[in-house]
Design a protein around this ligand. Sequence first.
Ligand SMILES: [Zn+2]
Length: 325
Amino acid sequence: MRSRVLRGILTATAVLMATRGDSAATGRTQVGAIPPQPLAISADTRLLVIAPHPDDEVLGAGGLMQHVNEAGGQVRVVYLTNGDAYRAGVRLEQRAVKISARDFRSYGRRRQKEARAALATLGLDPDATTFLSFPDQGLCRMTRTYWSDHSRPYRSPYTRLDRPPLDGLLVPDTEYRGEDLTVELAQLIGHYRPTLILVPRKEDQHPDHSAASFFLYDALAGVRRVFPEYTADVLNYIVHYKSWPFEDNRLSLPPPPGLSGGASGWISVPLTQDEMRAKRDALRRYRTQQHAMKWFLDGFVRSNEVFSRPAPTRVVLPLKHQSCS
Ligand SMILES: [Zn+2]
């Protein structure tokens, strides 16, 4: 166990020790079964949306976040990366062929600002955000080669960073390693205690998105070792899956064809006209993404959003047999 874990404080220490200690020792975690149940939103709902990149939270759940807010519940979004490795997008903003590490970092900071503006447009608190600043395009590799401190941390070939900036850290000495991201997530969940968590489905074809689900399940297992009574309803959303949702141009959003509805069938959350308008306006706050892929963003502004519940999931990290391509 690394020394910085021992320097944790109060409940953070317990969460950290259980998370790092168990998973480091055994590499095995178990996520308990959640019985099928309808999606219940109330003033008691504490929603945590896990977004691999700024904009995923609005694409997948811009409507559901509004529902929770309108019901008097709490909404928080944790961004795993700043989306700063999008070379084509950086080129568009810089209007230059040659771009530097500084340009990638600047692009990430801009996407952070856009994220806050987007949440405000949805009527949410723009400060209910946590930017973990892990490496865009690097999360999948952190579930494998760069999982533990047995190896050097991952270094982004885009930003040239191998750790998040100090001012955003929940845990000191965090570097670009998978177990460090798990600890950061466990820390956040242990403090915020969400009742409802949204995370991309593991079948999402963007490697960062698929990896996000593994990190959540690993973090939840760590939190439950410290707080055995803690439970949360986990729902999956999906952003990248073949040509979905663009193969269907109806106003309503069908589930991705060929994917099962998970543990309790597909859950469709209807959006009112006002909620759709707010979601579209929120996506317009992501100006960098509008420049690069407006057509993609617009494809998610529909009269409903779709979610599924994961089947009971057993996660073994680091992963041995997963392609990051
Ligand atoms: Zn994304």
